[in-house]
Design a binder for this molecule. Structure first.
Ligand SMILES: [Zn+2]
Length: 194
């Protein structure tokens, strides 16, 4: 059977939000866990193109690390960005896990001149946890970029996404799947009242 991570939707619009969306749903209750093992994480790292392909192949052959650390980072980021989606603000306690990881990551980073300007990159040497470092840097980038008001949770499934629509009124992670489900439900309730 195909692993759901091989074709999982990447609707978050930002690496760390797609990482948070690696459970089938957050609403109405926590859905199916997709990252059950380090091998699942390997599949997702490929799907989300976290590493350049050549580097990913090298990384793929490294010994596995602890999937519980992956879950801990994901749930810490979920708490942080879910709060932002609800309140348009941050809760200072939610920054602790991210700060701890960034403290680990920074010695491995370099500021590099790229065609798109200055970027913070992670040095090339492969390390099992490098995808987590890149996710942490992506979360830092999102937090520092003055986009908090644009972080939303899908009305239907609770997945998080960055709303880049012109009017900032996007309500669903995906119009085809979640948007149409909500609309069908609203129609059903309207009819019931007639
Ligand atoms: Zn959704």
């Amino acid at each position: 059977m195909e692993n759901p991570l091989e074709t999982i939707a990447l609707n978050g619009g930002w690496l760390c939000l797609d990482f948070i969306n690696t459970v089938s749903a957050r609403l109405p209750v926590m859905g199916e866990e997709y990252l059950r093992s380090w091998d699942d994480f390997r599949i997702w790292v490929k799907r989300a193109a976290v590493l350049p392909e050549e580097e990913r192949r090298v990384w793929d052959r490294l010994p596995e690390s602890n999937i519980e650390e992956v879950h801990a980072l994901r749930e810490a980021l979920f708490a942080l960005f879910q709060y932002a989606a609800q309140h348009g603000a941050l809760h200072p306690e939610h920054l602790d896990t991210l700060n701890d990881l960034l403290h680990e990551v920074y010695p491995h980073t370099r500021i590099c001149l790229t065609p798109d300007g200055l970027r913070r990159g992670v040095e090339k040497a492969p390390h099992p946890e490098k995808p987590l470092w890149l996710i942490a840097l992506s979360a830092e980038d999102l937090l520092m970029g003055d986009r908090l008001q644009r972080i939303k949770a899908c009305d239907n499934c609770g997945w998080l996404f960055l709303d880049t629509s012109k009017n900032g009124a996007r309500r669903w992670c995906n119009m085809q799947t979640c948007g149409s489900q909500i609309k069908a439900r609203a129609y059903y309730h309207r009819k019931k009242r007639l």
